[in-house]
Design a protein around this ligand. Structure first.
Ligand code: HEM
Length: 448
């Protein structure tokens, strides 16, 4: 089965058309040739950017010389009201200090400790879901937000502050979709990166709520009564080089990005994975069989081999972070072409994962590909849903654990079929369905 992608434009297009296109939808605004090109250059008096699909270039930028290709200041500007100086937008020494504190919280060994939080959130999701046709995206967002609140602060989404943060996040995204795109793609500097009054208000509301969670946690840490969750771990881990812990305000920045990066992305993949299974009943039954055998036992997760392959295939076809942008800090030569200082370098999981020269049958949903030598070779060269190198997503292991548990448990409990309209992917903050993702759910009988 072919996994839908939006229609692309054919040619270069004028700048105005491009900007309009970005406003409407980033994915369809970009030309079809990006699925074949090793490198594509956009150039006009205002922006100069290079989409880099050559695996050698991706490796150079993300893994071999990442300090020469930092994140651009535009990203920071776009996301500042909500994220302040969080790890997602900082560079250099400040970023390294933050990463030294955050990484230990997500080390392999600690995943086992987040397992009960994920399991309980899956229980709650199964209680909430009902039969019938629905847009699965809000359900997936709810589930992923629940996971992140439980793992970070040991709070279910029903907790008053947690549910207020969740609601405020939704309002915030409605208020500033264009700013998000401006943060992701190299739009010209003159394009107003307006933070509307509503954006500023919703960002301030979210940060106020997070401040109160952090302050309460500080008190329980001092009293020695804090639960052993991710927030406690991050707030009590000193930077091994400087001995400094995060201050309360630094912690607010980090918690804001954990909520945002941690729930939007996981929700996006869960929604697409459920839809892909709805449209592929054979794979769905194989996942359901694995899910039925699952017990609340961490070591049983390694048996979810098919579910894991399906989740990876969903990450390939619908990478939640469709593009990443870096900036050249000095003149470079890429594929014999000069790249000036300040050029914007676009790394596009969206195009890389469906690249016609890097994948066989790139638009086909085929979880079996991960076991083939060709699939493994393509994955090595062209599969970066979590990025790569020193800025690789620290939550990758956590997200995979959450994804396979949620998927296996939902599919074991419900039979899925596609809704009346197939979804059309668009890039919002993450890759979402333009009109949602419609799926029909029918509760399975115990014996199935
Ligand atoms: C399917 C789920 C997820 C996907 C596909 C994903 C993907 C990514 C990608 C591509 C980046 C790099 C962005 C860039 O360099 O521009 C990133 C960074 C990040 N992610 Fe994730 N992520 C996921 C889940 C999570 C979760 C669950 C958490 C936390 C609980 C998390 C926390 C972060 C943080 C803090 C960063 C910034 C790291 C840095 O810049 O050093 N992510 N993620």
């Amino acid at each position: 089965m072919k996994a839908p992608k939006p229609d692309s434009t054919r040619g270069r297009g004028s700048l105005i058309r491009l900007v309009r296109g970005f406003r409407r939808d980033l994915l369809s605004a970009l030309p079809e040739r990006f699925y074949r090109a090793w490198m594509a250059e956009y150039r006009n008096p205002l922006i100069h950017s290079f989409v880099c699909n050559d695996p050698g270039l991706v490796k150079l930028i993300l893994q071999e010389r990442p300090d020469d290709f930092p994140k651009s200041d535009r990203l920071r500007e776009g996301l500042a009201p909500l994220l302040g100086e969080s790890i997602f937008v900082t560079n250099g020494e400040q970023w390294k200090h933050q990463r030294r504190i955050i990484d230990p919280a997500f080390e392999g060994g600690r995943l086992r400790e987040t397992f009960p939080a994920i399991w309980s959130a899956a229980d709650a999701t199964l209680t909430r879901l009902t039969e019938g046709e629905m847009d699965i995206e809000p359900e997936a967002s709810h589930a992923a937000a629940d996971v992140i609140f439980r793992a970070l602060f040991s709070l279910p989404i029903e907790h008053e502050i947690a549910s207020r943060v969740f609601r405020a996040f939704r309002a915030h995204q409605d208020a500033q979709p264009i700013v998000n795109l401006a943060a992701l793609v190299p739009l010209p500097r003159w394009l107003p990166r307006l933070h509307s009054a509503r954006t500023r208000r919703t960002a301030a509301e979210i940060r106020g709520l997070i401040e109160s969670l952090v302050a309460q946690r500080m008190e329980t840490i001092e009293a020695g009564t804090a639960p052993d969750d991710l927030a406690t771990k991050i707030m009590t881990t000193p930077d091994p080089q400087t001995g400094q812990c995060f201050s309360a305000s630094e912690m607010v920045d980090q918690v804001a990005i954990f909520f945002l990066a941690g729930h939007e992305t996981s929700a996006s993949t869960l929604g697409w994975a459920l839809w892909l299974l709805a449209a592929n009943p054979d794979w769905q039954e194989r996942v359901a069989r694995e899910g039925r055998g699952l017990t609340k036992d961490f070591s049983a997760i390694s048996t979810l081999k098919v579910t894991r392959a399906v989740f990876r295939e969903a990450l390939r076809l619908y990478p939640p972070v469709p593009m990443m942008v870096r900036e050249a800090t000095r003149p470079e030569v890429f594929r014999e072409r000069p790249v000036p200082r300040g050029a914007q370098l676009v790394l596009s999981p969206w195009h890389l994962h469906r690249h016609e020269r890097l994948w066989q049958r790139p638009d086909d949903f085929d979880p079996g590909r991960w076991e083939t030598p060709e699939g493994k070779a393509s994955a090595r060269d062209a599969f970066i849903p979590f990025s790569a190198g020193q800025r690789v997503c620290p939550g990758a292991g956590f997200a995979m654990l959450e994804g396979v548990i949620m998927l296996a448990r939902i599919v074991a409990a419900f039979r899925l079929s596609p809704g009346c309209v197939p979804p059309v992917p668009v890039a919002r903050l993450t890759v979402r369905g333009r009109d949602g993702i419609l799926i029909r759910l029918e509760r399975r009988k115990d014996s199935e």
